[in-house]
Design a protein around this ligand. Sequence first.
Ligand code: ZN
Ligand code: ZN
Length: 75
Amino acid sequence: MGIISRIRKLFSALFGRKEYPLYETCAFCGERAYLPFHCEFCNQYYCDMHRLPFDHNCKNIDEWKRRPASPPPKS
Ligand SMILES: [Zn+2]
Ligand SMILES: [Zn+2]
């Protein structure tokens, strides 16, 4: 468990699309979503509306808050 496994997981999510579902039911609202978003924090699939951890009351939202999702606006 560490940064390496996180990076490998990220890369497999980016490039190893073999198992990525084309359609998946949103775990929050139950809508069938085309190219669903995978939440790596709770390991569930979500539609466009609920892809972000705070949109689907992610159980691991604290972990998500700790990591910057995008580069800081000031630079
Ligand atoms: Zn949804
Ligand atoms: Zn989540």
